[in-house]
Design a protein around this ligand. Structure first.
Ligand code: GLC
Length: 531
């Protein structure tokens, strides 16, 4: 099980209100106690923070706000001593616009080698219009026009994310070689894996043809077919190249991709034997709280991955999505990506019940699971952040129509009864304000309460480690609205998505439930049994 550490919001070790490497290091014991196997840490590189660190200006260093390379070495040593592996986040589709390469490209002439590392093109309509119709994941066009050295409006450059994140051209040998070195730099330092950010973006159809997007298109990459800027087949060359590098290292080094693509067959291509080891499963994350939909995703995922021999992964939340306690409390419980969910009323008590049941479902499925920090505390999305506190580029780029992803990034509550709840030293304001109501959700408040969400996760992770290995999944039929399956003879999982209680009599010995310990499993509850 891999735990996503959103570094800015995990723990502040230096007292500036921003999470950092020393803060993470000071809380490793919590993660070991929870039963985590590995951490994926979001970017710590020097960055102007136009997109929370996913805009990197120097790939072989640590931003002073997050710490130093020495802090990272100490973190790695401590994590490894506790049996925790560490995965770094590599943002290779784009650099920051402050990266020396992009500055050099701006200062160079059209057609220069400096510009071939990115996508600089002349505009259409005499230069006035963007070169094509591609769109940015954060809203608006994917092109920004530059001023040339003579001060006149000039070429346009491509950015599938924010304008401060110019896309690299992966056909450029400079780009390929530079990233070979960066991958080696971190593997040499002892990291156990690399998360490949925005993986499907890293190849474009030559000549950059129009995608045919309708005028108000949003970035619906899970629906796109033959899109010229997403999931283009040439992208797999990059992963083969990195895999060849990774395979020269001792020990197990893992590559995992972030890939929101159209269906499990396209996704399975990322994890062919000579490419990445695993990939996040966004179909599962986006599925609504509905037995048929979830079962279809589970079956589709396992069927598509079997031929390539890669393990499945399961994920319910991340730093890019509405927290699933809130999502599952809404009438429409599926997720949109990148914080474009429409705000809708949420029944948080219902959402929490379902989230706890979903945790048992997720942790019982074959393969790996990714947890997002704070889900083990049952944190909801913070939907009432003041507008002036919002920092996600989505807010500005959507013309203040989508609030973006800040609501799932609010710093963790560790202890105490008022903000900053042990996230930072008392009296320090965290970079996003925490709700006062989180006093009952702190790690400290939940630690010794056997009915808390933290205890549920801890118990489930311990059992999972004890009981589960490679056993295949076999479905049981307990009715249409009930997900029930065995993992060999080791574990039976029953998840009640119906409106009626499900009798557990005769199904085995109950080991753990997400709520209620009666013989009948209440709606929106899950149980693990020894069959
Ligand atoms: C990935 C990250 C997201 C970031 C984007 C651009 O989707 O998870 O947070 O904004 O890439 O790098």
């Amino acid at each position: 099980m891999v735990y996503e550490v959103y570094l800015r919001s995990f723990a502040d070790g230096t007292g500036d209100g921003l999470g950092d490497v020393p803060g993470l290091r000071s809380r490793l014991a919590y993660l070991a106690d929870l039963g985590v196997d590995a951490l994926w840490v979001t970017p710590w590189y020097p960055s102007p923070m136009a997109d929370g660190g996913y805009d990197v200006s120097e790939y072989r260093d640590v931003d002073p706000r997050f710490g130093t390379l020495d802090d990272v070495d100490a973190l790695l040593a401590d994590a490894h001593a506790l049996g925790l592996r560490l995965v770094v986040d590599l943002v290779a589709n784009h650099t920051s616009s402050e990266h020396p390469w992009f500055r050099a490209a701006l200062a160079a002439a059209p057609g220069s080698r400096e510009r071939t590392r990115y996508f600089f093109r002349d505009g259409r309509a005499g230069g006035e219009e963007p070169p094509n119709d591609w769109i940015s994941a954060f809203g608006g066009p994917a092109w920004t026009r530059v001023r040339e050295l003579d001060g006149r409006p000039g070429q346009w450059y491509l950015h599938l994310f924010a304008p401060e994140q110019p896309d690299l051209d992966w056909d450029s040998p400079d780009v390929q070689e530079e990233f070979d070195g960066i991958v080696r730099f971190w593997l040499d330092r002892g990291v156990d894996g690399i998360r490949v950010d925005a993986a499907p973006a890293m190849a474009k159809v030559p000549d950059l043809p129009d995608a045919g997007h309708p005028p108000d298109a949003t970035f619906a990459s899970s629906e796109w077919v033959d899109n010229p800027h997403w999931d283009v087949d040439a992208v797999h060359e990059v992963f083969r190249r990195w895999r060849r590098i990774g395979d020269t290292y001792d020990g197990e080094r893992l590559f995992v991709s972030e890939a929101v693509v159209n269906g499990p067959e396209r996704l399975a291509r990322y994890v062919r034997p000579d490419e990445l080891h695993t990939t996040f499963n966004f179909d599962y994350l986006k599925a609504p709280w509905d037995a048929r939909a979830l079962r279809a995703v589970v079956e589709g995922t396992l069927a598509a991955l079997a031929p390539v021999g890669a393990p499945a992964t399961w994920v319910l939340s991340s730093h890019d999505e509405t927290r699933h306690v809130t999502r599952f409390g809404r009438a429409d419980s599926g997720a949109a990506v990148m914080g474009f969910d429409a705000a809708a009323p949420a029944d948080l008590a219902l959402g929490l019940r379902r989230a706890r049941a979903a945790a048992l479902l997720t942790l019982a499925l074959p393969g790996g699971a990714y947890l997002y920090q704070g889900e083990e505390l049952g944190l909801p999305e913070v939907e009432d952040l003041p507008e002036e506190a919002l920092q996600d580029p989505t807010w500005e780029r959507s013309g203040h129509t989508a609030r973006g992803r800040d609501g799932c990034r609010v710093p963790l509550p560790w202890s105490g009864d008022r903000p900053p709840f042990g996230f930072a030293p008392d009296g320090v304001s965290p970079w996003l304000p925490q709700p006062a109501s989180w006093r009952s959700l702190t790690a400290q408040a939940q630690r010794d309460d056997p009915s808390s969400t933290l205890s549920l996760y801890r118990d489930a992770l311990r059992l999972r480690r004890q009981l589960l290995g490679e056993e295949p999944l076999t479905w049981l039929d307990l009715g249409e609205d009930v997900l029930a399956f065995d993992r060999g003879s080791a574990l039976r999982c029953v998840v009640n998505l119906s409106a009626r209680p499900v009798p557990l009599t005769g199904l085995g010995t109950v080991l753990l439930t997400s709520g209620g310990a009666a013989a009948d499993l209440p709606p929106d509850t899950a149980a693990w049994l020894a069959p």
